[in-house]
Design a protein around this ligand. Structure first.
Ligand SMILES: [Zn+2]
Length: 269
């Protein structure tokens, strides 16, 4: 599932490809991709507008259109958005596309068809996104913020990090990796972490995401899984049964919040 680094990689590429382009028409061969909105209406309201900017908030791609509306794209499990210059390049798993002036198409390619595209007046979008925690790579995500939120949280560290209302954009992979780098057990209750340990965790989150954005931007090809070519070197994620690169104990997996959590029983306390 694309997390912050992968969505950021898609954003940067899309910004180069589509900023300034004018939308001519929208086509939703799978109207449910617009759920709970009406695909035809998105088509009518986006036609004629220009893509002013391509932004990201948490795992949402935001295409800022002219005259105060925004297309919000969530890639979910396997979505990817890119521009093609010939309709013959359109893959059978494209669930929606926007025809751009000049003949190019901005497509949502999504094998599992869980991705969503909706259109919002900017003011409405602000309300929808207001529930999200701060961007972890922005100054809003300060140590003070983390200390304050941790003090009031009875959640285990891994579930806290994956809560989009606490920190935006972290998912299963990078939450596990950040906890490994910080030497914190995924089941450790946030409330029990003292300020010096939270400072280590804060730095680990920023480092992991910074490294992962670099790696995703150079190698991220297809959402859905970590590509073998992806250069981000995972320490624990999906390494059950393999030796820890630091202490050589066996990496373990456990269920947590309906997902698998990977950790090193030696390095993480
Ligand atoms: Zn270890």
């Amino acid at each position: 599932m694309p997390e912050l680094p992968e969505v950021e990689a898609v954003r940067r590429r899309l910004r180069r490809q589509a900023k300034g382009a004018r939308i001519v028409a929208a086509v939703f061969p799978r109207p449910a991709t617009a759920h709970p909105q009406d695909a035809a209406q998105i088509g009518r309201e986006s036609a004629g507008r220009t893509i002013r900017e391509v932004e990201r908030r948490a795992k949402n791609l935001l295409l800022r259109l002219s005259d105060g509306v925004t297309l919000r794209i969530h890639l979910r499990m396997t979505g990817n958005v890119y521009v093609i210059h010939d309709a013959r390049e359109r893959s059978p798993t494209v669930r929606a596309w926007f025809e751009l002036a000049g003949g190019a198409e901005l497509v949502l390619d999504d094998p599992r068809a869980l991705g969503r595209i909706t259109l919002h007046p900017d003011a409405e979008l602000e309300v929808l996104l207001a529930k999200l925690g701060p961007e972890p790579l922005s100054p809003d995500f300060s140590l003070e913020y983390l200390v304050r939120r941790a003090r009031h949280s009875r959640k285990p560290a891994k579930l806290f990090l994956m809560d989009q209302g606490e920190v935006a954009g972290l998912g299963n992979i990078y939450a596990a990796e950040a906890l490994f780098r910080a030497g914190i057990s995924p089941t450790r209750l946030m409330q029990t972490l003292k300020r010096p340990k939270l400072a280590v965790l804060h730095a680990a989150i920023v480092d992991v995401l910074g490294d992962a954005v670099q790696s995703a931007c150079t190698t991220y090809a297809r959402p859905g899984r970590l590509e073998e070519a992806e250069r981000f070197c995972v320490s624990v994620y999906d390494r059950e049964g393999e030796p820890c690169r630091i202490c050589h104990r066996t990496i373990r997996r456990m269920p947590q919040g309906g997902r698998s959590t990977y950790y090193c029983p030696g390095c993480q306390r």
